[in-house]
Ligand binder design. Structure first.
Ligand code: NCD
Ligand code: ZN
Length: 445
C-alpha cells in the first residue's frame, strides 16, 4: 500500500485549508481529519507527506499541444527531458505532437511514444497521430490502426502544417467520428502565408518582415467549422491567435457545432511589439499578433469561447534559433512557464479564478483529448492526479535552469508569479520543490 498525505491545501483556492489523503493512487479522504487517519496508519510505515502551506490544490494540468522532438531531434528535447519540464510545470498529462522524424503517422511511432512516456513515469505522454502520411497533406494516415494501438490515439493533427485540402479534411473528420477522436487543426491557409514570418500589420511593415494575415487562420477555422458540422465531427483549433477567430468560434458554438479551441500562454502574454529588435526567440507560428488580439483572446478564454490553454512547447536548437529572424525556426518553450503566465494574464487581472484555471488547464483539455482519468473533480474516489501551487511565490525565468534541452524561452529574465510545490501522478509525487522525482512505472506498458 502506498500512502500520501497533502497537508494544508485549498482545493480550487476555495475555503479553509484541508488535508488530502491518497491511498494507492486514489483520493480516500479530504478534510481536517484526513491527516489524523493517516497518522493512525503511520505505524505501518511509509506515509509520504507534502506540506501545502495553505497553497492551492488543482487537478493535474493537461497539455493538448507539446512538441517533444523524439524521435528525430533528441538534441533539442526528448520524451524524458520534456516529461521533466512537464512535471515541473504542474502537468500530469501531455499530448505529444506528431511532427517528429519519422512522423508519428503509424502505430509504430505512436505506440513507442506512449510506452516511453510510461517508462519514464513523470507524466502521461499521449501520442497525437498525424492526419496525413508524412504530414504531406496528400493521403490519409491509418487513423484506425493508431487508435487501436496501445497508445490509444484520440487526437489527430498535422500540426506544424495545415490540412489545407478541403476534401482530405472532410474525410479525416468523417473517419474521426467512428474513432471517437478529434482532428486538431493548425489553421493556416498556406497560399496566404508564403514567405510570411510575422503578423501582417504596422509592426511587420516598419520592420520589413513579410506578413502573415489574420485571414490565413480565420478562413480555415470558418471552413473547418462548416466541414465539422456536416460530418457531425469534432474539430479542435490549435493555437487560436486572432480576434476574428474568436468571433468565428462564437458563431460556430452558437450553431451547436462541436468545435473547441486552445490559446497558448505566449499569445495571452506577448504581442508583436516584441519584434522591434528582430530577436528570433519571438518568431512563432502563428505569429504574435496585436494587443487588441491579445485582449480578445484573454476575454474569450474567460468566457469559455476558447476552451483551453495549450503550451505549444516548441524546443529548438541554438543553431536553428539564433539566426536571422526570417531564417529562425518558429516556436518557443512553454511547459514550465505556462501556469505562471496564466496567473499573470488571467488570474491577477481578475479574468479567471482558480476554479477557472482548473477548467482551462485541466478539465477542458482532458475532455477534448478524451482522457477520463485526468481533469477530474477533487473528491473522494477520484484518481490522484494533482498539482499543489504556491500562488504567492515568484520566480525569475532563466533558460538554462529549465529542464528542457533547449533554452528558447521568450520570458528570459522576467519574474513571474506562482510556483509548483508538487505534482502528483496517480498518487506518486513526480515533482517537488523544483526537482523531479523519478517514478518509473514499467508494469503498465
Ligand atoms: C511548432 C514546432 O516547432 O514544431 N512551431 C511553432 O512555431 N508553433 C509547430 C507548430 O505548432 O505549428
Ligand atoms: Zn501549429
Amino acid at each position: 500500500m502506498s500512502e500520501l498525505v497533502i497537508r494544508r491545501v485549498r482545493p480550487y483556492g476555495e475555503g479553509e485549508p484541508v488535508d488530502v489523503r491518497i491511498v494507492d493512487g486514489t483520493i480516500v479522504a479530504i478534510g481536517a481529519d484526513a491527516a489524523a487517519e493517516a497518522a493512525g496508519s503511520d505505524a505501518a510505515g511509509s506515509v509520504e507527506e507534502i506540506d501545502g502551506a495553505g497553497g492551492i490544490l488543482l487537478p493535474g494540468l493537461v497539455d493538448l499541444h507539446t512538441h517533444l522532438r523524439e524521435p528525430g531531434r533528441e538534441d533539442t528535447e526528448t520524451i524524458e527531458t520534456g516529461s521533466a519540464a512537464a512535471a515541473l510545470g504542474g502537468f500530469t498529462a501531455v499530448f505529444a505532437m506528431a511532427n517528429t522524424n519519422p512522423v508519428a503517422d503509424s502505430h509504430v511511432v505512436t505506440d513507442h511514444v506512449w510506452k516511453r512516456g510510461r517508462e519514464i513515469g513523470l507524466v502521461d505522454v499521449h501520442p497525437v497521430g498525424a492526419v496525413t502520411v508524412g504530414l504531406e497533406g496528400k493521403k490519409l494516415a491509418e487513423l484506425g490502426v493508431m487508435a487501436a494501438g496501445v497508445g490509444r490515439v484520440r487526437v489527430f493533427s498535422d500540426d506544424g502544417k495545415c490540412v489545407h485540402d478541403p476534401l482530405l479534411m472532410r474525410r479525416a473528420l468523417e473517419y474521426s467520428v467512428h474513432l471517437d477522436a478529434v482532428i486538431a487543426q493548425h489553421a493556416e491557409e498556406p497560399r496566404l502565408t508564403e514567405q510570411a514570418v510575422a503578423h501582417e500589420g504596422p509592426t511587420a511593415s516598419k520592420l520589413g518582415l513579410a506578413g502573415w494575415p489574420r485571414a490565413a487562420e480565420e478562413s480555415i477555422v470558418a471552413r473547418d467549422a462548416i466541414l465539422a458540422r456536416d460530418a457531425g465531427a469534432r474539430v479542435h483549433v490549435c493555437h487560436a491567435s486572432t480576434a476574428g477567430t474568436v468571433e468565428i468560434l462564437r458563431w460556430a458554438k452558437g450553431q451547436g457545432i462541436a468545435i473547441t479551441a486552445e490559446v497558448t500562454p505566449h499569445h495571452l502574454f506577448l504581442d508583436d511589439s516584441r519584434l522591434v529588435d528582430y530577436d528570433p526567440v519571438f518568431r512563432v507560428n502563428p505569429p504574435l499578433r496585436e494587443n487588441t488580439d491579445v485582449a480578445a483572446l484573454r476575454q474569450a478564454l474567460a468566457d469559455g469561447i476558447i476552451d483551453a490553454v495549450a503550451t505549444d512547447h516548441a524546443p529548438h536548437a541554438e543553431q536553428d534559433k539564433c539566426v536571422e529572424f526570417g531564417l529562425a525556426r518558429p516556436g518557443m518553450l512553454g511547459l514550465q512557464t505556462a501556469l505562471s503566465i496564466v496567473v499573470a494574464t488571467m488570474v491577477q487581472p481578475g479574468l479567471l479564478d482558480w476554479r477557472g484555471v482548473a477548467r482551462v488547464m485541466s478539465e477542458a483539455p482532458a475532455r477534448i483529448g478524451g482522457l477520463d482519468d485526468q481533469g477530474r473533480p477533487i473528491e473522494v474516489g477520484a484518481p490522484a492526479n494533482l498539482v499543489v501551487v504556491d500562488p504567492d511565490a515568484e520566480w525569475t525565468v532563466h533558460g538554462p535552469d529549465l529542464a528542457s534541452l533547449s533554452v528558447n524561452t521568450p520570458y528570459e529574465g522576467i519574474t513571474l508569479p506562482a510556483t509548483v510545490t508538487a505534482t502528483i501522478l496517480r498518487g506518486t509525487v513526480t515533482a517537488r520543490d523544483g526537482a523531479t522525482v523519478s517514478a518509473p512505472d514499467e508494469s503498465v506498458v
